[in-house]
Design a protein around this ligand. Structure first.
Ligand code: NAD
Ligand code: UDP
Length: 313
């Protein structure tokens, strides 16, 4: 099959492109390199089945493809808040353009949505039937509401035009090729520990997240794309819930760092808890994460250590 991955030069996108090539597909990777990088896909450029298109999804495009994974969108709070108007345009116009393309060439389209559609959730853990608790005018809204509208567009094109859509709500995912400067907790803590700097816990560290290793997530995305007659939305994430304070201690222990843990103010609208209910993914896709947190973290530490080492030397 010929498969388009928007945001293919990003963290998750690059792993997805790699896996799709390994599965024997032709892959078109589309990216504007806002948060993605050629470094992430350089090793794929020599493969004749891999094509790179520099394009911005806020503009329309026509390509002949069978399937589309729509991942283009900055994902970390620092990046999506850098130009919030552009972020919401990327989600909304990007969805409109990919839906238009899918409709025209009759491609199946998978939308990368997010646990952020649940906002600061009042239901715990979050099931797909929960409608969320999102602030429509806060600093995270450009991302949260953009992704919510993208979901709405998916379902409206599906009902109105019969477009074959899939919606996946991704929970915190980590692994090699996360951007170093994205300010997310996994990359921040690992880099701080490797550099011997203080680990910055925001708030008192009691807020929780669950972390899914990227290979597990990619497996879930592919299973969802390959499942007939199921639009979702479906949650994909790891159910093991960790407080950010405990997570900081884990990173210090894992890296053998002498860094101290310090506390900084909590950013506004920071969700206090987040944990997916993945029983729907288990029932419909036969999916569950298999990489345990420490194994995933060791691979990620190795990746960042390699990058720091190359720079030093
Ligand atoms: P990322 O920032 O590494 O990847 C996003 C990619 O999209 C980058 O390569 C970027 O250059 C590209 N991009 C951004 N705006 C674009 C535009 N207008 N046109 C074309 N390309 C554009 O982030 P990621 O973590 O790989 O996230 C991928 C997708 O998964 C995103 O849609 C994100 O919202 C979703 N997601 C990620 C997580 C996570 O924990 N990483 C959680 C929930 C949802
Ligand atoms: N966080 C932290 N220190 C950091 C970066 C993040 O304590 O250096 C916290 C952040 O406030 C949030 C959690 O870690 O409560 C996860 O943040 P991230 O940006 O990784 O993801 P998101 O908030 O989108 O889940």
């Amino acid at each position: 099959m010929r498969i388009l991955v928007t945001g293919g030069a990003g963290f998750i996108g690059s792993h997805l492109c790699e896996r799709l090539l390994r599965d024997g597909h032709d892959v078109v990777c589309l990216d504007n390199f806002f948060t993605g990088s050629k470094d992430n896909i350089r090793h794929l450029l020599d493969d004749h089945r891999f094509e790179l298109v520099r394009h911005d999804v806020t503009e329309p495009i026509l390509l002949e493809v069978d399937r589309i994974y729509n991942l283009a969108c900055p994902a970390s709070p620092i990046h999506y808040q850098y130009n919030p108007v552009k972020t919401i345009k990327t989600s909304v116009l990007g969805a409109v353009h990919m839906l238009g393309l899918a409709k025209r060439v009759r491609a199946r389209l998978l939308q990368a949505s997010t646990s952020e559609v649940y906002g600061d959730p009042l239901q715990h853990p979050q099931t797909e039937s929960y409608w969320g608790n999102v602030n429509p005018i806060g600093i995270r809204s450009c991302y949260d509401e953009g992704k919510r509208v993208a979901e709405t567009l998916m379902m409206d094109y599906h009902r109105q035009n019969g477009v074959d859509v899939r919606i996946v709500r991704i929970f915190n995912t980590f692994g090699p090729r996360m951007a170093e400067n994205d300010g997310r907790v996994v990359s921040n803590f690992i880099l701080q520990a490797l550099r011997g700097e203080d680990l910055t816990v925001y708030g008192d560290g009691s807020q929780t997240r669950s972390f899914c290793y990227v290979d597990d997530l990619v497996e879930g995305l592919i299973r969802m794309m390959d499942t007939d007659g199921f639009t979702g939305p479906v949650n994909l994430g790891n159910v093991a819930e960790h407080s950010i304070g405990e997570f900081a201690e884990r990173i210090v222990a894992l890296t053998g760092s002498r860094s101290r843990i310090v506390f900084r103010p909590l950013p506004p609208d920071d969700p206090t808890q987040r944990q997916p209910d993945i029983s729907l993914a288990a029932a419909r896709l036969g999916w569950r994460p298999v990489v345990d947190l420490d194994t995933g973290l060791r691979r990620t530490v190795e990746y960042f250590a390699g990058r720091l080492g190359r720079r030093r030397g």
